[in-house]
Design a binder for this molecule. Structure first.
Ligand code: ZN
Length: 199
């Protein structure tokens, strides 16, 4: 096959989630066939994003400014905070248009297997918001996994002292047994509507 530069491109593409060596070769070929219209615009977009995108210090979302567009949107309900595992889950909820409040991205779940403990979760900004006051409900929108459930239980205990209702989505709604971001919009909407207040 064709040269070290091409091999390097394929190797880098193959590391992306959802792409194995075979799809990486197909993607590389598609890019190489149209260098001006496909490859250079992609390379420029990636370089630009790498330079400008940062993590929102309020909610953990990714955006070109900090605080992010959701945190600074005056039309959003700041009293309604939805806790999600990843930015991908936040994007899924935004795509579905089912949450009009703000978010807290934990950046993971409690997991003995991967050694993720409470201190590894991005929770401090939420605790600060709760201490400030004005939060009327915390919605836990965590995946229907063992780790998601364990994290939700731990959060319910951790947030119990704030005198703010904590609810969980997806109770009684089939959640697909995994991450939020693979669900279709209708299922997401149903899961959010069917949330139950725990405390
Ligand atoms: Zn934000």
């Amino acid at each position: 096959m064709g040269g070290a530069d091409i091999e390097r491109l394929i190797a880098l593409l193959a590391r992306l989630p959802g792409l194995g060596p075979r799809s990486a070769r197909r993607a590389a070929l598609a890019l190489l066939r149209q260098p001006q219209t496909r490859m250079l615009p992609l390379a420029q977009a990636m370089e630009q994003a790498a330079r400008t995108v940062r993590t929102c210090s309020t909610c953990g979302n990714l955006d070109t400014h900090d605080p992010c567009g959701i945190c600074t949107d005056s039309a959003r309900d700041r009293g309604l905070v939805c806790v999600v595992e990843t930015v991908g889950d936040l994007w899924a909820l935004e795509r579905a248009g089912v949450h009009r409040g703000v978010y807290q991205v934990l950046g993971g779940t409690l997991s003995a297997l991967s050694g993720t403990g409470p201190d590894d979760l991005n929770l401090a900004p939420l605790l600060a918001r709760l201490e400030e006051g004005g939060v009327r409900e915390v919605i836990l929108a965590l995946g229907a996994t063992v780790e998601g459930a364990a994290t939700a239980h731990w959060l319910q205990d951790r947030l119990a002292g704030f005198d703010v209702p904590v609810s969980r989505v997806g109770q009684g709604v089939p959640m697909g047994g995994g991450a939020l971001d693979v669900l279709d919009d209708g299922t997401l909407a149903a899961a959010l509507t069917a949330r139950k207040i725990y405390s």
